[in-house]
Ligand binder design. Structure first.
Ligand code: CA
Length: 367
């Protein structure tokens, strides 16, 4: 922009300000956007460096944004611990130390317990239900309302699909087998596990293999066949249980500092939003692909028994989960508000899911 144009814009802005009210929309309008302006942003993630699919997804998103914006928005991605520790991603983006983060909302349960509904809750919705709620039924608006006091906003950016129940060093035949069991199982699932007399243990992913192999813990959940075998868990325990009742499809988030977001021109905002949605689909499809590959491979391993949790066990965990959620809701109006919105959608969606997907899946098991 040359000097004459700058003077023109200053005069125009002053004139609009004098008219009152119109000034803000004029400043934010696309006419005031300088298309040659380049943005250099940083994104921190909660994943270890080179962590397959998750960290890969974040890097792929940044590449897509660079390409689509013709280098106008250049995002440098840092893995957990490279710039800030993994569990400080929320604060780093909230404070504007960096512009973006990639993780999952349940990591911030200590600060914002109701954020867990935008991640995954035990016996809650799978990826397709979550997508329907978030994108179309007010879920994302509610999520952003919850994040607003932290100067944050979010877009969904990934889903693990239904996780596995975990690795156990003994068979689980009834709830009596849960009593005293030391298991790495975080979040709301961990709380339900504790109500069953189990001993939930908090532990970073990097320590899980050694702890299970040495018997410091008796069981662990992690993700699914692909990531679990990468971690070597099939060499540390023999019984691999399904389904992952505690994490039926964990949503990942692209979190953005809202003040920084408001400085982006509209076209770059649209590119970010579109790339996040594309990455979401990519991560989910990668999970489904690699998990089936890894499961096929696991079935050939002599020592591994792949078992379904008995109905009695799942039914008990379901009741204990309901108790856990009701207690949290009774203690916090903010939690209750999101719980009610989630439950309202989930209950209605379940009716459609039952007569579409579930009924069809049942027909596939017929002779
Ligand atoms: Ca997990």
């Amino acid at each position: 922009m040359n000097k004459r144009n700058i003077i023109f814009y200053v005069l125009l802005t002053l004139a609009l300000t004098a008219c009152g009210g119109a000034s803000e929309s004029a400043v934010n309008s696309e006419a005031s956007v300088d298309p040659s302006k380049k943005f250099k942003w940083k994104m921190v993630t909660t994943w270890p460096a080179n962590f397959p699919i998750f960290q890969e997804g974040a890097e792929r998103f940044a590449d897509d944004v660079r390409t689509m914006s013709n280098d106008r928005l250049d995002i440098h991605v840092y893995a957990g611990g490279e710039l800030v520790p993994a569990l400080q991603v929320f604060d780093a983006v909230s404070n504007g130390v960096v512009e973006m983060g990639h993780g999952s909302p349940y990591y911030w349960a200590g600060k914002v317990p109701e954020a867990q509904f935008f991640s995954s809750v035990p016996f809650g919705m799978t990826a397709k239900g979550m997508n329907a709620w978030l994108y179309n039924a007010g879920g994302l608006e509610l999520w952003n309302e919850i994040y607003k006091p932290f100067n944050l906003m979010a877009f969904p950016m990934g889903n693990t699909g239904v996780q596995m129940g975990g690795w156990f060093n003994k068979q689980i035949n009834s709830m009596a087998d849960i009593k005293g069991l030391r298991m790495r199982i975080p979040g709301l699932g961990g709380k339900a596990f504790k109500k069953a007399g189990g001993n939930p243990v908090l532990m970073a992913g990097s320590e899980v293999y050694t702890a299970l192999e040495r018997g410091t813990i008796d069981a662990t959940e992690w993700v699914g066949p692909f990531h679990d075998t990468r971690l070597g868990l099939n060499r540390a325990a023999n019984y691999y249980y399904y389904p992952g009742w505690h994490e039926p499809g964990t949503v990942f988030e692209l979190m953005i500092n809202e003040s920084k977001w408001s400085l982006l021109p509209k076209d770059l905002q649209k590119i970010v939003e579109t790339a996040a949605a594309a990455t979401s689909e990519w991560i989910y499809a990668q999970m489904e692909y690699h998990n089936q590959q890894a499961l096929t491979e696991l079935k050939t391993k002599q020592n591994v028994q792949i078992l379904e949790f008995p109905e009695e066990v799942l039914s008990s965990f379901k009741q204990l989960t309901k108790q856990t959620l009701d207690e949290e809701a009774a203690a916090s109006p903010a939690f209750k508000r999101v719980y009610d919105a989630y439950e309202n959608f989930r209950a209605n969606y379940a009716g459609w899911d039952e007569l579409s997907e579930e009924s069809y899946q049942a027909s596939l098991r017929l002779e």
